[in-house]
Design a protein around this ligand. Structure first.
Ligand code: 13P
Ligand code: SF4
Length: 317
């Protein structure tokens, strides 16, 4: 619950004032609501935001994204205050693979190299050999000697995509993104038939049968770059709905169609909006800057163990 705020407050002006007063940087993922994207100092995908967090000179990092992203900022900046407007902003992928379960999996495969998608908790990162994001995953996998078997988690869809593309056998953890897994291949095929001049572009968190329909597969930033560089005028965008805000601004004359998803019975069980990302609001951002709460805190020995595979990724990126 958000504490009561004077309704006459101009939240945009207040956030701006507090950001200066606190020497804070506001980092926002493309899946945040349009207003939040517009007030951010830096917008980006998971990799770009991790790099922004690493390089910032600000005293405070206000992370408009989900918990694992803010934790990543803290792993890289133990001395800075890192605030997340809503600590409950989680991720189905991060939830799927707690550290103790990864440890048990590793024990069954002691000779394997462990690559974890950045969408996991700091404690899970601490059990890994290397972190990757959807932007650099191919490069990360290629950096591992061919004869070394790989455990990949927590996203089985990204893992399967990489394994197929790189011809590399891997064992996958059975996690999925609750948003991308709802996209309907049947409805996408129907939409493609209705708009034969549209290109279907998709995030690798989508299921294999959805990716099979795609003209291009890439991370959030790569999809944005694709619509800017490709001569096509019409795109069906297979990722979280809010990326369309920045895409529309980048290519105002092009037609962008949000991906259709499965209709499920309960409200928002099938949806192209991430409910975790949507927990952040302007009100909560204002309160987080005002009170410098809620903060991300972390045990130092765990942080140091999580830093190793993360730093390895950043060096290789
Ligand atoms: P990227 O930011 O790497 O595109 O990943 C998308 C995502 O689902 C983040 O939670
Ligand atoms: Fe996690 Fe999917 Fe939401 Fe990204 S979009 S934070 S992967 S649940």
């Amino acid at each position: 619950m958000t504490a009561a705020i004077d309704p006459s407050l101009d939240l945009f002006a207040e956030i701006d004032r507090l950001r200066k007063e606190r020497n804070a940087v506001i980092l926002a993922h493309y899946y945040q609501d349009p207003d939040i994207q517009d007030i951010a100092d830096y917008l980006g995908d998971s990799l770009e935001l991790a790099k922004r967090a690493r390089d910032t000179k600000a005293d405070v990092i206000l992370f408009c994204g989900v918990h694992f992203m803010a934790e990543t900022a803290k792993i890289l900046n133990p001395g800075k205050v890192v605030v997340l407007p809503d600590l409950e902003a989680g991720c189905s992928l991060a939830d799927a693979c707690p550290a103790d379960q990864l440890r048990a999996w590793k024990q069954k495969h002691p000779d394997h190299f462990v690559v974890m998608y950045i969408n996991c908790a700091a404690a899970t990162k601490a059990e890994s050999d290397l972190i990757c994001t959807s932007s650099n995953a191919e490069k990360m996998i290629r950096s591992i000697p061919e004869d070394r078997p790989i455990l990949f988690g927590p996203d089985k869809n990204l893992g399967a995509f990489l394994s197929k593309k790189l011809g590399r056998k891997m064992d996958f953890w059975p996690g999925t993104c609750m948003v991308h897994e709802t996209f309907s291949a049947q409805k996408i095929a129907a939409l493609k038939a209705k708009h034969p001049d549209a290109k279907f572009i998709a995030h690798p968190e989508c299921e294999d049968h959805v990716l099979a329909l795609a003209d291009y597969v890439g991370s959030t930033s790569k999809l944005l770059e694709f619509v800017q560089k490709d001569p096509g005028q019409k795109f069906i965008v297979g990722t979280e709905i809010n990326i369309l805000h920045t895409m529309h601004k980048a290519v105002p004359s092009k037609q962008l169609i949000a991906v259709p998803y499965e209709d499920r019975t309960a409200a928002c069980q099938g949806c192209n909006a991430c409910p975790h990302m949507k927990r952040n609001t302007l009100e909560k951002i204002y309160l987080a800057l005002r009170d410098l709460q809620p903060r991300i805190e972390m045990d130092e020995s765990m942080r140091l163990r999580a830093l190793k595979p993360l730093q390895r990724m950043l060096e290789l990126s």
